[in-house]
Design a protein around this ligand. Structure first.
Ligand SMILES: Nc1ncnc2c1ncn2[C@@H]1O[C@H](COP(=O)(O)OP(=O)(O)OP(=O)(O)O)[C@@H](O)[C@H]1O
Ligand SMILES: [Mg+2]
Length: 504
């Protein structure tokens, strides 16, 4: 252990249902550092942190805080040692007010047992002010953006005087400018001596903000070091055990006739006069910064928002889509972002989550159905490389990235003519991202019209035939896939360049 070590985990083993998930893991975090914990989906990152957080008990190994061995017998013990955990799936209660969330389970009371609302509000305001945020402590959390929910979690940690904050994929639900704000915050926390364990699949971010890294692969610690000394490539290779290159994946295949035609689509305050078409076999990418109207546009197209003017034609026929059921009927599928809120049912098993929207495919006698369903699942499991020990367990037992893959399987099984992916690789590791993009290309090769929404331009450049950049609710530019560059696209996305270019 180094002299500067705040926390060290040594020789940690953990199995679930006799399957080893962690083996002999060493992991050390110093005072005032930001330490990246890296690894592919299912590598064991969240499990290791759950052990540190007192949620799971290790089968073997020890944990040291300030050089003394401790036992994290439950989450409160871990908290008392100054460790705060911000989970991959946020834990904020939407139906409570901001201050109620901050003091949940630890309300301030006077000697007669009455809660001291004003005092809690004041403390909430003070902590939020330290983070440079001005929200009313009495506001209901449901009225706030996701990024604020996360700030509330960080504030909770500060309120408890945390020395070590664990952030499990904190930026997946954040827009770019919010990520910037989080990083500023992290750097300030570091200066004040707080350590942070940062779990993310976004290597650029890691390089920007982390001091050291530790990599897990298949439950084993395979490397650690200082961030500057390592190139990202080396780290990627450590993670997946092989190297990935930056090639464009798209193969040119012949495109079919127009399948989706959108004209003059407008929803005041969100998007204006949107025109585009998608042909069979085409992959169209949409990108932009926060506030570009992209999400709202596709929510309208899929029937989540009723009020729009303009025309949507599918297969040459005008359709009026005011409900997701109508969208499905018209042949439109949407793989949503934010799997916890929109896409999975936690209490259902993995297989049923896959077949949720396509029950018709399996409706026969009970026995046949179970078997057919299981076979379909096995098919997707191989295809998408879903890591699951027992698909009859509830889906919340899977790692975050593997849950996302089940959601994708669900929509592939629904099998619509046009399929929209909203941030399909959210929370997915580099190796699996590539698999998912290859699946998207395969769908296009089968003649489907595919739309991908993403804030990660380099990923879109890899797969799209056509690229649309949105800015403040309008399509600011259109590019052919092979002609687009990230720089040029960003100029339109930020509004520095304006007039629309058309595909020649
Ligand atoms: N409560 C549980 N019961 C059974 N298996 C579990 C449980 N929690 C995790 N696992 C399994 O342990 C393995 C490691 O999962 P973990 O969530 O730690 O991965 P991760 O590195 O955080 O991945 P991701 O990047 O996808 O979030 C996975 O195979 C997962 O299915
Ligand atoms: Mg995880």
């Amino acid at each position: 252990m180094s002299t500067n070590s705040f926390m060290a985990m040594e020789g940690i083993d953990k199995s679930f249902h006799h399957v080893p998930v962690l083996q002999d893991v060493f992991f050390e975090v110093n005072y005032g550092e930001i330490h990246a914990l890296l690894g592919e989906n299912g590598a064991g990152k969240s499990t290791l942190m759950n052990i540190l957080g007192g949620i799971h008990q290790p089968d073997k190994g020890s944990i040291h805080i300030n050089g003394s061995e401790v036992e994290m017998t439950d989450p409160r013990v871990s908290q008392d040692y100054g460790i705060s955990f911000i989970h991959q799936e946020l834990n904020v209660v939407s139906d409570l007010r901001v201050y109620e969330n901050m003091f949940l389970g630890a309300e301030l009371r006077n000697k007669w047992g009455f809660v001291k609302v004003e005092q809690m509000c004041q403390q909430t305001k003070d902590v939020l002010a330290r983070l440079g945020v001005d929200i009313d402590p009495k506001e209901y959390v449901r009225n706030l953006d996701t990024s604020y929910k996360q700030l509330i979690e960080i504030s909770k940690a500060l309120l408890r005087n945390a020395t070590l904050i664990i952030m499990d994929e904190p930026t997946t639900a954040l827009a770019d400018h919010e990520v910037g704000r989080l990083f500023e915050l992290m750097k300030n926390l570091k200066k004040s001596g707080v350590s942070i364990i940062y779990i993310s699949h976004k290597l650029k971010e890691i390089q920007e903000v982390c001091d050291r890294y530790t990599v897990l692969r298949d439950g084993k610690m395979v490397g650690s070091g200082h961030m500057q000394e390592q190139k990202l490539d080396t780290i990627t290779n450590l993670m997946i055990g092989k190297s990935v290159s930056e090639e464009r994946f798209l193969q040119h295949h012949t495109l079919g006739p127009t399948t989706l035609e959108v004209s003059h689509l407008t929803s005041p305050g969100f998007f204006t006069d949107i025109d585009f078409t998608v042909r069979k076999g085409e992959i169209a990418g949409f990108t932009g910064l926060a506030g570009d109207g992209r999400t709202e546009l596709f929510e309208s197209l899929f029937g989540f928002r009723k009020k729009y003017t303009g025309e949507i034609k599918i297969g040459g026929k005008t359709v009026r889509i005011d409900h997701p059921k109508k969208a499905l009927k018209a042949g439109l599928g949407l793989v949503p972002k934010d799997r916890k809120e929109n896409a999975i049912i936690k209490d259902l098993n993995v297989i049923h989550n896959m077949s949720l929207s396509s029950m018709g495919h399996f409706e026969k006698t009970g026995f046949v159905r179970e078997k057919a369903e299981k076979q379909r699942f096995e098919f997707y499991k191989d295809k998408l490389n879903i890591k699951v020990q027992n698909p009859r367990l509830t889906i919340d037992k899977l790692s975050g990235g593997n849950q996302q893959k089940v959601v994708i399987a669900k929509w592939l099984e629904v099998d619509t003519d046009i399929i929209i992916f909203d941030n399909p690789t959210q929370g997915i590791d580099v190796g699996a991202k590539r698999e998912i993009y290859q699946d998207i290309i395969e769908l296009a090769e089968q003649g489907k019209g595919v739309i991908v929404l993403s804030s990660e331009v380099p990923e879109l450049l890899k797969v799209c035939h056509t690229l649309y950049v949105m800015y403040q609710g309008e399509i600011a530019a259109t590019f052919k896939g092979e002609e687009a560059t990230e720089d040029e696209m960003m100029r339109y996305a930020t509004g520095t360049k304006k007039e629309a270019v058309t595909v020649g």
